[in-house]
Ligand binder design. Structure first.
Ligand SMILES: Nc1ncnc2c1ncn2[C@@H]1O[C@H](COP(=O)(O)OP(=O)(O)O)[C@@H](O)[C@H]1O
Ligand SMILES: Nc1ccn([C@@H]2O[C@H](COP(=O)(O)OP(=O)(O)O)[C@@H](O)[C@H]2O)c(=O)n1
Length: 224
């Protein structure tokens, strides 16, 4: 059976970039669960529906032909024939996604998708990152890590990525999303047995090494 390497954390903590690098180093698959929630928010908006309306979101998830790959070097996301890889990072989607992610039936449905993607994965393990992977999606995963960083550091990293966007607006949007998301899942405090990696004082390569060390300690495998 394919193992889950479960990584949770708030926005801008480095989940996607660090998980991708770790998967590449170890020859594992990589699953960005947030991109499924983002693709669903895009789909709801594309249908002209209101993401705050749980009924409209449930109708949209019933017809949600999302395609996500597990290759760490291919982050393409499709909904039907539409390539939404870039569109799902836009502020309109970031602003709408917490509303979609709040609906319990939506979470159950996307969690089934995640579990089946991992079960059928052609990899020995998949690094799965999101908000509730260590607690809800894969509470029995052999490796469970909470990746954190101070809020102002996370906001600065995200602002650095979104060229052309006002840094204060990016920070405000990120803090607002943290607040809505934490009403659904507690991803700021580690559950029992979850290892914390705090990247506030670490640069990008140091954070990758810290995560690799935890995995190697638990799985007994060594890279490079
Ligand atoms: N430890 C770190 N030090 C500096 N920059 C980092 C670190 N970890 C991630 N980054 C950068 O911060 C940005 C946000 O990281 P990302 O992986 O998108 O976070 P998340 O998936 O948790 O929202 C990216 O540009 C990434 O390269
Ligand atoms: N496992 C997950 C992953 C994402 N999400 C939701 O999806 C949104 C986008 O996730 P993301 O991982 O792309 O966000 P960032 O942390 O990268 O900014 C989050 O703000 C949550 O509302 C979730 O509820 N559960």
């Amino acid at each position: 059976m394919t193992d889950f390497i479960a990584i949770d954390g708030p926005a801008g903590s480095g989940k996607s970039s660090v998980s991708k690098a770790v998967a590449r180093t170890l020859g594992f698959g990589y699953l960005d669960t947030g991109s499924a929630y983002r693709a669903l928010a895009w789909h709801v908006l594309d249908r002209g529906a209101d993401t705050a309306d749980a009924g409209a979101v449930l109708a949209a998830v019933a017809e949600f032909p999302v395609r996500l790959g597990l290759d760490p070097d291919d982050r393409a996301v499709h909904v039907g024939d539409v390539d939404v890889t870039e569109a799902i990072r836009e502020p309109a989607v970031s602003g709408a996604v917490s509303g979609v992610a709040r609906v319990p039936e939506v979470r159950e449905q996307v969690n089934r998708l995640f579990r089946s993607l991992v079960a059928e994965a052609p990899y020995p393990a998949v690094v799965v990152e999101g908000r509730d992977i260590t607690t809800v999606v894969a509470p029995d995963a052999p490796v469970r890590i909470l990746l954190t960083a101070a809020p102002e550091v996370r906001a600065a990293r995200r602002a650095g990525e979104l060229a052309g966007e006002n840094a204060e607006a990016v920070a405000a949007a990120l803090h607002k999303r943290d607040a809505s998301d934490s009403a659904v899942v507690d991803f700021l405090n580690a559950a029992e047995g979850v290892e914390v990696v705090d990247s506030t004082e670490l640069d990008f390569p140091q954070t990758i090494d810290a995560v690799l060390s935890v995995i190697e300690r638990i799985r007994g495998v060594h890279h490079g």
